[in-house]
Design a protein around this ligand. Structure first.
Ligand code: G3P
Ligand code: MG
Length: 238
């Protein structure tokens, strides 16, 4: 079974740096985190970029849907100033750039495929292409998504990579889905991680990772019932 860190920096060290930027991934490593999570989407011309929302409005100085912008248009945006002046000049990174940094810093990666609605297949294919091209064999990674279509397409295109399903609550058919897509883990909202279901998932041979936990006391309670790892915006607290 893949070994994963107990603490994974959610969108990088997103409590103290602009989420999903190279600065946030670097800061996570500086703060001692050994793994990061990021969200991957595609531009209108099919470049995989790291951004959580469907639009660029919240995390840049631009406006509009990611799916309608070319990579050149995305690249012009400032992705740091919305967070603080210290980060003015940060860009929305490509997956390739994020991978280079993550590998250089020796981090575990949880790549979440976060497609714009209607672009699940295209996004999964482009992500799988980049992973096949740039992710070194044997470096630790799990690729996850809320979208079963995205995981299905990704798994067909990069079958060597361990996957995970993400859900706010445990889906009834979790066993079937986990087996079908070579899942290493199941990612749950931390409130859904009740002792019985965590035990059941772990007895079936899967890891349980939970999001998003910024309180060390809550994290300790989750570890105590068998949760393997947490996603946090503040890795320095753990
Ligand atoms: O991958 C875990 C977590 O990031 C899922 O939720 O909305 O923060 O991407 P979200
Ligand atoms: Mg995410």
């Amino acid at each position: 079974m893949i070994k994963i860190p107990k603490v994974i920096a959610h969108r990088g060290a997103s409590g103290t740096a602009p989420e999903n930027t190279l600065a946030a991934f670097s800061r996570a490593a500086d703060l001692g985190a050994t793994g990061v999570e990021l969200d991957a989407n595609i531009t209108s011309d099919g470049i995989v970029v790291i951004i959580h929302d469907e639009s660029v409005d919240r995390c840049s100085n631009g406006k509009g849907a990611v799916a309608t912008k070319t990579f050149e248009q995305i690249r012009e945006l400032d992705a740091g100033g919305w967070f603080s002046d210290e980060f003015i000049g940060e860009r929305i990174p490509t997956l390739k750039e994020a991978i280079e940094l993550i590998i250089r810093r020796g981090l575990f990666l949880n790549l979440e495929i976060k497609p714009s609605p209607g672009f699940e297949r295209e996004t999964a294919i482009k992500v799988a292409h980049d992973i096949n091209e740039y992710w070194p064999a044997n470096a630790p990674i799990i690729v996850s998504s809320f979208s079963e279509t995205a995981i299905d397409v990704f798994h067909q295109t990069a079958p060597q990579i361990p996957c995970a399903i993400i859900s706010d609550s445990v889906p009834e058919n979790w066993r079937e889905i986990a087996a079908r897509y070579n899942c290493a883990s199941i990612h749950l909202h931390y409130l859904a991680a009740k002792p019985d279901i965590v035990k059941e998932i772990k007895s079936a041979g899967y890891l349980v990772l939970v999001y998003t936990v910024d309180d060390p006391v809550i994290a300790d309670n989750l570890y105590a019932i068998g949760v393997d790892g947490i996603f946090t915006n503040f890795p320095e607290k753990f």
